[in-house]
Design a binder for this molecule. Structure first.
Ligand code: KIV
Ligand code: NA
Length: 266
């Protein structure tokens, strides 16, 4: 398999080929993603919840992200590796550049993901991409804003809020973001943002019209404690191995079978 690159992802959007993204937090799972032909691996700060057992992603540190990103990088070869900027690593442009340098230079990521579209975030996206560190923006239900939102709530339901998400999406693209993760928004808004942007939009709980999909691997293996999120699906159910489950996820995203209407918000 040829290495997946940022230009490849743009070509996939142009050609209408769905992008498959999945989280991984260690080398063994990274190898499973690699074998299944996942396009993009994400070391998400969701590791705070699913690996560390925290209540939110906020306690995750940059050192921990560097540690996990290094482990995942060693399990991959062709899969493009994206690493999350943890909470407050993007407090200003200098911090964001330092964090980007560590996640890419030290740990081996090919791209960093940053939540939001506040002025200092737009500046950081610009500063990172100017220094050849590709950026994945992240909008909608951004988990690092849980206290601001008052919980993990679908974003962009009202007209004004939907317009805000759309204008933020245009702003992160304008700032230089290479791709966008759009999380927890109604299906029609997912479609609008995807059509409005030139850069690929990867959805999670954003409906079937996005250019690709991402899930937390423990959710799609059905081993995340508690209730399965509405937007996810247990791909291990009825299958014999983790490898088969990931292969089914890859096939269903590529064919458009996942996500179905029931996984979206209206
Ligand atoms: O941390 C994470 O896993 C994420 C994805 C859910 C997009 O940010
Ligand atoms: Na995250």
């Amino acid at each position: 398999r040829k290495p997946v690159t940022v230009p490849n992802l743009h070509a996939m959007k142009a050609e209408g080929r769905k992008i498959v993204m999945l989280t991984a937090y260690d080398a063994s799972f990274a190898t499973q993603l690699e074998i299944a032909g996942v396009d993009v691996a994400l070391v998400g700060d969701s590791l705070g919840m699913v690996v560390q057992g925290q209540r939110s992603t906020l306690p995750v540190t940059l050192d921990q992200m560097v540690y996990h990103t290094g482990m995942v990088a060693r399990g991959l070869s062709a899969t493009l590796l994206v690493a999350d900027m943890p909470f407050m690593a993007d407090r200003n442009v200098d911090y964001a550049l330092e964090a980007g340098a560590r996640l890419v230079g030290e740990a081996g990521a090919a791209m960093v993901k940053i939540e939001g579209a506040a002025p200092h975030i737009l500046e950081s996206i610009h500063a990172l991409t100017e220094r050849a560190i590709p950026v994945c923006a992240h909008l909608g239900l951004t988990p690092q804003s849980v206290h601001k939102f008052g919980g993990y709530k679908v974003q962009g339901r009202e007209h004004e809020a939907a317009e805000r998400v759309l204008s933020e999406a245009l702003a992160v693209q304008q700032a230089g973001a290479n791709i966008l993760v759009l999380e927890g928004v109604p299906t029609p808004l997912g479609e609008r943002v995807t059509k409005a942007l030139d850069i690929p939009v990867i959805g999670i709980g954003a409906g079937p019209h996005c250019d690709g999909q991402v899930l937390v691997i423990y959710d799609m293996l059905g081993i995340t404690p508690g209730k399965r999120p509405k937007f996810s699906k247990d791909f291990l159910a009825g299958r014999g191995s983790v490898q088969e489950a990931i292969a089914a996820y890859v096939a269903d995203v590529r064919s458009g079978a996942f996500p179905a209407a029931e996984h979206g918000y209206n």
